[in-house]
Write a protein that binds this ligand. Sequence first.
Ligand SMILES: O=C1C[C@@](O)(C(=O)O)C[C@@H](O)[C@@H]1O
Length: 238
Amino acid sequence: MNTTKIVVTLSGHNDDEIKEEIQKAKENIDAFDIVEIRGDVFDALNREDHGKKVRYIIDSFKPLKKEIIYTYRTAKEGGSGSKTTVEYEALLNAVCQTMDIDYIDIEVQSGDKIIESVSKTARDNNVKCLMSHHDFKRTPSSEEILSIINKMHTLGGDLYKVAYFPHEMKDVDKVTGAVKSAKQKYGDRIIGISMGELGKDTRTAEGEAASAFTYGFVSRDAAPGQIHVTHLREIFTR
Ligand SMILES: O=C1C[C@@](O)(C(=O)O)C[C@@H](O)[C@@H]1O
């Protein structure tokens, strides 16, 4: 049986875009299980206003029984976040402590000290750690991908996500291969994405190559190759 959960990534920057995205998501409410809030899109806002936007989105979906992921994607991993590592740590800790979220995305490259601190806060507040690693330019070797996933395991993550940009089919195969062997080792907690057109099939993979979560959109794609959530739901219910 397929157990992949569908995540809708919300990446609207301003009030109009956020309202429109929430509206569209509500129109397609059965097409996804989880809402991903991309906090890095609010980077220009002060802490209070950032918090208000995040809370507004949470309040729109929690009563509808959707789980919430908070992600702050830094610029070096393909997002728009420009916080220093100290600010990144403080933000993730504060989000875990003050927001009703289910998962916090932690970039595994941010350093072991930060990961330890955020993981502890997450655990104390009943939030699961979704360790992540991205490269929007290339795909690392299979050995590198597996060693990154091993590191995520050693650091105590609940879910391990890798997302890379492919230049040839071999790159897509590296991600699929890594998902299959990591699942054998660690079970159903791996998310492997090969971005762009070339890697699209990794977003709908089933069986031994299936990811724990697949990320899609309702208004605008947040990463190359993302698929509309209604299409993802159709594929996964066939
Ligand atoms: O890591 C991921 C996956 C993603 O990059 C994608 O390719 O769908 C989209 C991001 O919002 C999310 O945090």
